[in-house]
Design a protein. Structure first.
Length: 426
């Protein structure tokens, strides 16, 4: 019924942080075509350039069984289609399934008898069968679970993580029939050395993905709220957490800005579905509201400290060090550093931003920010170290202080240095 492992030809739709590493690994055993609608991305990959920095030049050069294209005709001979497009939220914090819908319609145009479509994009439970499958049927003219089959295997990529790679993370798999589930599980088992976990249904696999990050979101919301409380009490939050961690079962979460393509987004997919079936989540949304408000809190903390130091806020100059959503990674998706910047600007603050990891073109196109390469010394009234890149961790705090005026405020948002050396930290 399905293509044998020897005859499997895989198309990976979407070559971002998830799709490219997946295509690279599958290409070690199968013929793979990587498809992306971004022609610049395809051109880069053909020149062995990965702007996400997830795959090395050597890995790209060695992937001789992998080709790249933005032409749909180049994937029409494939029999396994893996969709790894982003699933963001809109400005109303509702799921934006447009990329998923467009990718489904694209695949449906080349779908054939006995082909398998596997989704890796994060969705709410039920989305694959309720939204994607009808699109595949309608556009292709084929019958679901008769002429074509579907599976879901949620991505677990951690951008910037050079220790936990795709192959070393257990992969959850599922399929629309028992035979499909077995086929998909065997397919992933052939590349994932850590093993696979075959979920009993697509909906279970979808739900497992969204609660992974919802759980992390709530834990971070708790320590963010604790940080706010302890700051009001004049207690060093980092010192409290270090003391609490001496108990074996204390979870080592840290306060901070919660952005990125998963933790700051996935809970809204779950709450959207919950509300659609008549249940209005309390705890999940409370955690989201608190985490979404941390950018404003950080900006206000800096402004209050500047006022205490008799620094005029309106017209002041503040340097924000770091724009990516996490350390040692160029990923700008849903970065909440932008909230800090926007709130500071609302006070009339002139904000400069630097980040050694971020592509200046991406910063400009996504957020309208012109990154500076070399901050001016003895220039800033306030400095926020917003992202704990290694370049900043290795920097002497005196060097960072040297960027400020004689009177300035240093906000060590990530707790890089000893608390006595900075003026503020969460």
């Amino acid at each position: 019924m399905f293509a044998t492992p020897e005859s499997a030809k895989i198309a990976v739709i979407g070559l971002g942080y998830v799709g490219l590493p997946l295509a690279i690994e599958f290409a070690k055993r199968y013929q793979v075509v990587g498809f992306d609608i971004n022609s610049r991305r395809i051109s880069d990959l053909k020149r062995c350039v990965d702007r996400t920095l997830e795959v090395s030049v050597n890995e790209l050069k060695q992937s001789t069984s992998l080709s790249y294209t933005d032409n749909i005709s180049d994937i029409k001979e494939c029999n396994v289609f893996i969709i790894t497009v982003p699933t963001p939220i809109d400005r109303h914090k509702q799921p934006n399934l447009d990329p998923l819908i467009e990718a489904s319609e694209l695949v449906a145009r080349v779908l054939k008898e006995n082909d398998v479509v596997i989704y890796e994009s994060t969705v709410y439970p039920g989305a694959t069968e309720e939204v994607c499958v009808p699109l595949l049927e309608r556009t292709s003219g084929l019958r679901f679970n008769e002429s074509f089959f579907v599976g879901y295997s949620p991505e677990r990529i951690n951008p910037g993580d050079k220790v936990r790679h795709l192959t070393s993370i257990v992969k959850v798999t599922s399929g629309s029939t028992s035979a499909t589930a077995e086929y998909i599980d065997n397919l992933y088992s052939s590349i994932v050395t850590a093993g696979t976990y075959k979920a009993p249904s697509i909906r279970v696999a979808e739900a497992a993905k969204v609660i992974e990050n919802t759980q992390r979101d709530l834990n971070i919301a708790l320590v963010n709220e604790l940080a706010i409380v302890f700051n009001k009490m004049g207690i060093d939050t980092q010192a409290v957490l270090e003391a609490a961690e001496t108990k074996w079962n204390f979870l080592p979460f840290r306060p901070g800005l919660v952005g990125g393509h998963c933790i700051g987004v996935d809970p809204y997919y779950l709450t959207h579905k919950a509300e659609a079936i008549g249940y209005y989540p309390q705890i999940i949304l409370a955690g989201r509201r608190l985490n979404d408000g941390m950018g404003e809190y950080v900006a206000e903390q800096l402004v209050k400290k500047m006022v205490k130091e008799a620094i005029r806020v309106n017209g002041s100059k503040v340097l924000v060090m770091g724009l990516a959503f996490k350390e040692n990674c160029p990923d700008l998706r849903n970065t909440r550093v932008i909230d800090v910047i926007d709130h500071l600007r609302s006070y009339g603050v002139e904000v400069d931003v630097c980040d050694p990891w971020v592509d200046p073109v991406d910063a400009k196109s996504q957020y309208g920010i012109t990154l500076i390469q070399s901050p001016t010394k003895s220039y800033y009234d306030g400095i926020i170290v917003a992202v704990a890149h290694d370049q900043y961790r290795l920097q002497d705090i005196a060097e960072v202080r040297g960027l400020g005026n004689e009177t300035h405020v240093l906000y060590d948002l990530k707790g890089i240095w000893n608390s006595s050396l900075s003026d503020l930290r969460l």
